[in-house]
Write a protein that binds this ligand. Structure first.
Ligand SMILES: Nc1nc2c(c(=O)[nH]1)N[C@H]1C(S)=C(S)[C@@H](COP(=O)(O)O)O[C@H]1N2
Ligand SMILES: [Mo]
Length: 534
């Protein structure tokens, strides 16, 4: 035999060994995640390592990056994040497997280290109330580490390779035994993972049943009927009422909280609350309910963006409830100027007490467009305050209301550099024509929506290129808490044109031209669409 040939064989064997190591790493990582999923079903779904690390990542992501992610991936941002975490874990598992072929212990120690990261993430989340949240990561990591040790052992000791001649072709490696162990491990992991998933999804069943059982009482104060003419007859304009299925969703929850309405409770307490109260869902349904149409908007909505929706809500007036607890607004000498709402998933949102109690229809909503709240929109109860962006008013899955001061407490997004107070800015959007549309010359209907919740919209104007502002036709106003549709008949001439819209609210203020970012208190600027007329 010549030396070249021998080296060649050695390289091949070495490569094969590394590949087997990588495979061991992947199998061990898979086992760890699968076992963790199963254990998380016994603890709670949010305690699984991927969800926990994802949640911790969301909590720590700078607002600008989060904003970018929401822009790039829209409502898929969470899926992209979880897939990203899985991809990183796969890569690390492969690497650990390869390293373990050199030093058997390293692979197992590495997996245990990841388990520790998962455990810290799970117990460090704002909604974690128990160290049991660490269990899925810990148990999963121990299982993964043990499997790694065993499988790497089946490949045999590294020295076998270093010292071999042909005869000693990896004495430790029993191919058949390895294939059997690996297959068994993969099968067991798949079984554990699937069982965990099934159990996790069955946990929402009590909540789903409690939602089915909800019978929304008739409101004692109905919404004024939507005026005829609030909805223009223009195809492709946003429907006046947004269906629940089409209503935007923005939250930090990787697992949608499934709350059982029959065990749900809301506590109202804090500074200047002489009569603390704890309410059940039934307590709320027995109170006089109001029905109102309210347009909700997210502060992360870019100019022209989709994070706005208009729905008909039913709920308990929040100001009255606070008054029953003895709360006074600051203007009447009350000591608390901030209402902090907490959700079951640990989110905190801070609302000016003055706004909640100034006569507007702030409510604890239980119904949305004639149904109990959908789970993604906060079942069983969420807060709504007309005129304020969602992150300072619209707590979903609410479980606690604490009266405090803005000086004493910063809420989740305020800690992340968003403004403490954030009334919705006057805005307007062109729904049709779409950007880069190619309408035919002649009359083209330009239409969209405009909003300035709790102030009301008085005027919408459209400009073509650098021409004069032309007044658009406004649809009938429902209330000043709702958006208004508008349309404009444009005599379109051939060529490429820029359409721009601006709104004026009832305080007389015209939507500013000055562009700002969404952070800290909402985007300003005007929406434009470029079209080419054929
Ligand atoms: N528990 C909880 N409530 C929340 C949020 C959240 O992340 N968690 N996001 C808020 C934000 S930023 C907005 S804009 C609204 C969005 O409500 P929607 O998803 O029902 O449209 O919910 C608010 N309530
Ligand atoms: Mo938001």
């Amino acid at each position: 035999m010549d030396d070249g040939m021998d080296d060649d064989n050695k390289d091949k064997r070495s490569l094969k060994r590394l590949s087997l190591g990588a495979l061991c790493g992947l199998l061990a990582g898979y086992a760890a995640i699968a076992v963790a999923e199963l254990v998380s079903a016994a603890v709670r779904p949010e305690s699984g390592p991927v969800v926990a690390v994802g949640g911790a990542a969301i909590d720590r992501t700078p607002s600008a990056v989060k904003d970018w992610a929401i822009r790039q991936f829209g409502t898929n941002d969470k899926l992209v994040l979880q897939l990203g975490i899985l991809a990183v874990l796969c890569g690390l598992a492969l690497l650990l497997g390869v390293l373990a072929t050199r030093r058997r212990r390293i692979g197992s120690l590495g997996i245990l280290a990841f388990g520790a990261v998962g455990a810290l993430a799970a117990t460090g989340r704002p909604d974690s109330t128990s160290v049991a949240d660490a269990l899925p990561s810990v148990v999963g990591a121990v299982a993964g580490a043990a499997l790694m040790y065993r499988l790497i052992g089946r490949i045999g000791p590294a020295e076998a390779l270093a010292t071999t001649g042909e005869a000693a072709d990896r004495p430790g490696f029993d191919r058949r035994a390895f294939v059997i162990s690996a297959t068994a491990a993969a099968a067991a992991s798949t079984g554990a993972g699937l069982a965990g998933q099934a159990l996790n999804s069955s946990q929402g069943r009590g909540a789903a049943a409690s939602r089915k059982d909800v019978l929304l009482p008739a409101p004692s104060s109905e919404a004024a009927p939507t005026p005829r003419g609030a909805a223009l007859r223009v195809k492709e304009i946003s429907p006046y009422v947004t269906s629940n299925a089409d209503f935007y969703r923005v939250d930090t929850a990787l697992v949608v909280p499934k709350v059982d309405a029959t065990t749900w409770k809301l506590r109202i307490h804090g500074k200047g609350v002489p009569r603390e109260r704890t309410l059940t869902f039934d307590d709320l349904l027995k109170m006089p309910l109001i029905e109102r149409t309210i347009t909700l908007t997210c502060v992360s909505n870019e100019v022209g963006g989709p994070y706005i929706g208009n729905a008909r809500w039913i709920g308990v007036p929040l100001a009255g409830l606070l008054r029953q607890c003895g709360v006074e607004p600051p203007s009447r000498g009350g000591p608390a100027d901030q209402l902090v709402a907490r959700s079951v998933d640990g989110m905190t949102l801070g609302t000016p007490v003055e706004d909640v109690m100034d006569g507007r229809d702030a409510m604890l909503a239980v119904g949305m467009n004639g149904e109990p709240l959908p789970f993604v929109h906060g079942f069983p109860v969420r807060m709504l305050v007309p005129g304020l962006y969602g992150y300072v008013s619209a707590c979903k899955w609410i479980r606690d209301i604490e009266l405090t001061t803005f000086d004493a407490y910063d809420t989740y997004w305020v800690k992340r550099d968003w403004a403490q107070r954030a009334p919705i800015k006057t805005q307007s959007r062109i729904d049709t024509p779409k950007p880069f549309a190619r309408p035919a010359a002649g009359t083209v209907v330009v239409a969209g929506v405009a909003w300035a919740q709790h102030r009301g919209i008085d005027k919408v104007e459209v400009k073509v290129d650098d021409g004069p502002w032309e007044e658009a036709r406004l649809a009938a106003e429902d209330t000043r808490d709702t958006w208004r549709q508008w349309s404009y008949e444009w005599k379109a001439t051939k060529g490429t044109h820029t359409l721009t819209v601006r709104a004026t609210d009832r305080t007389g203020e015209t939507q500013t031209e000055r562009r700002t970012r969404t952070i800290p208190d909402g985007a300003s600027g005007r929406h434009s669409v470029v079209v080419t007329v054929d």
